[in-house]
Design a protein around this ligand. Structure first.
Ligand code: SAM
Length: 274
């Protein structure tokens, strides 16, 4: 074999791990876990112990849930074996043995996979938007209701605002890569969006369409109505405050029944089984 030609040198994109990049650019599982525990405690005046993380992907929320309390137990459910295996290797196996034993990753469909009755079911990063027909969304919420114990909370996030349905792409720079959120198509008849995540690297290489999303952009009232139809006793919306200096979100979510028409927003929606 001859010397490796310069052209054969792997690019930064060739060497990149799309799950690691996704976790750095998109997720803040410790924030979601803290919010879930605080909200549950204020609603039920007790601590939640059992979490079911639906659409868990790499199971970052499961990891941070078991870190939050020595009695906490987390079940993660996802359809994609490769993503679950990555999560097991990078997020679960490195935990101390006692914590690791309290995480179970289940390869299955969120609508049918069985786990312990949960205090909290979480579905983050708008994953339930993939149920594009309303009956499928209600059926999923009904399954969540069944996966909770006698009482409990389903915690979702939601995303919207005028900019969320605009054709646009937004680039966020990190030290060693940039993250591109590409809202490629929106169909107002179906209320359906196609979005991609790309990663770009300082050497000019790219991971294009590293992740693809086909979503129905449900409105908050549609989500709350579907929760009610699925049997949840009530639901609450938690809206992010605004930092007066930057005009950006301040990371503090409080219950709201009305809000300003922000260009783009992410909020939490919780359904309660009482
Ligand atoms: C948008 S990712 C969300 C990952 C993670 N929850 C997060 O917050 O970033 C959606 C995940 O849902 C999984 N998925 C899609 N449909 C599913 C289903 N019916 N049951 C279980 N997992 C599903 C995919 O494999 C993928 O890992």
């Amino acid at each position: 074999m001859g010397k490796r030609k310069k052209a054969d040198k792997p690019t930064m994109a060739d060497l990149a791990d799309r799950h690691a990049l996704y976790e750095r650019a998109v997720q803040e599982p410790e924030v979601d876990v803290e919010f879930a525990i605080d909200t549950f405690r204020s609603e039920f005046a007790r601590r939640p112990f059992v979490l079911r993380e639906d659409f868990c992907g790499t199971a970052g929320v499961c990891r941070d849930w078991v870190r939050a309390h020595p009695r906490n137990i987390a079940w993660g459910v996802d359809l994609d074996r490769e993503t679950l295996d990555w999560g097991q290797t990078h997020n679960v196996d490195p935990l101390p043995k006692k914590s690791r034993r309290r995480v179970g990753l289940v390869h299955g469909d969120v609508r049918s996979a069985l786990t312990d009755p949960a205090d909290v079911v979480m579905a983050q990063n708008f994953s339930y938007f993939l149920f594009e027909r309303r009956p499928d969304l209600v059926a999923y919420f009904r399954a969540c209701h069944e996966h909770l114990g006698k009482t409990g909370m389903l915690l979702l996030d939601a995303y919207g605002g005028p900019a969320s349905v605009a054709r646009m792409s937004e680039e966020t720079e990190y030290d060693d890569f940039s993250y591109v959120w590409d809202q490629d198509q929106f169909d107002p008849v179906q209320q359906r969006a196609t979005c991609y995540i790309d990663f770009r690297f300082p050497d000019g290489s790219k991971l294009e369409r590293a992740f693809t999303y086909e979503w129905r952009m449900y409105t908050i009232p549609e989500i709350r109505d579907a929760l009610a139809d699925a049997g949840f006793a009530d639901s609450k919306v938690y809206w992010e405050g605004t930092d007066p200096e930057s005009g950006e979100g301040d990371g503090v979510y409080t219950q709201a029944e009305t809000a300003d028409n922000d260009e783009a927003w992410v909020c939490y929606v919780a359904g309660f089984k009482r």
